[in-house]
Design a protein around this ligand. Structure first.
Ligand code: DX5
Ligand code: ZN
Length: 216
């Protein structure tokens, strides 16, 4: 269904076998990948940067959705676009001028995304949304996989769906067969999933379970 796309978050994949992981996920039917970039400063966790995006780019022609959990995205957005990202999502909670970063991303010709942590209200970012293609109300505090779904994201999805009918809505954090249906009903169409895929041996079965849970 065009209305629901599950994006595996590669945070928990086996990076020693990246090619095999990407291949298995493609075989299982995924239609895009979500890459979590963390700088050990905006969030306490540290992951990877441009070389991994570039590596994934060489292994797939599917869209690569890059979630930048970094304090100074303005410094790096061009490099991430050059590395092959199809969309770049930055956090509203950064110290930099978020609207300037969103405009920079637009200039780069890739998808423009804005993420908000659970404590950030929808209202506080509403004026930035005309600059965006996508809003990501986080359903966990950005930083780690395997956390429990926070339903505060659902109300933000509903507000965004109501006020900005054309905005793409993504949800990320604790999305599993028990929480995905509420996200779908609230208006999300892009579902980032880490543990609920990588915690399973059979990726196809995991994906089928998730799509079945939203009735597709
Ligand atoms: C968390 C990341 C997520 C994470 C999701 O900060 O943005 O993409 O990998 O993992 P799960 O599905 O395990 O919550
Ligand atoms: Zn993410």
């Amino acid at each position: 269904d065009e209305q629901a796309i599950i994006l595996p978050s590669l945070l928990q994949c086996d990076f020693g076998n990246l090619q095999r992981e990407i291949h298995s996920l493609e075989e299982a039917g995924v239609r895009g990948f979500h890459l979590d970039v963390m700088d050990g400063h905006f969030v306490p966790n540290l992951t990877y940067g441009m070389p991994i995006v570039e590596g994934v780019r060489k292994l797939t022609s599917l869209p690569i959705d890059v979630h930048l959990m970094i304090s100074e995205p303005a410094k790096y957005v061009r490099q991430f676009a050059d590395a092959g990202a199809d969309s770049l999502t930055v956090h509203a909670e950064i110290e930099q001028d978020t609207s300037e970063v969103l405009k920079m991303i637009r200039q780069l010709g890739v998808g423009v995304g804005l993420a908000i942590n659970p404590a950030t209200s929808f209202e506080s970012v509403e004026s930035l949304l005309p600059l965006c293609d996508l809003l990501l109300p986080m359903s966990v505090n950005a930083g780690f996989g395997g956390q429990q779904f926070n339903p505060v994201a659902l109300e933000k999805l509903r507000q965004a769906r109501h006020n900005f009918p054309d905005l793409l809505l993504e949800v990320d954090g604790g999305v599993n067969i028990g929480t995905i249906a509420d996200c779908y009903s609230a208006g999300a169409t892009l579902f980032v999933v880490g543990s609920a895929i990588f915690g399973q041996d059979d990726y196809r079965q995991a994906l089928e379970g998730l799509t079945a849970a939203i009735g597709l």
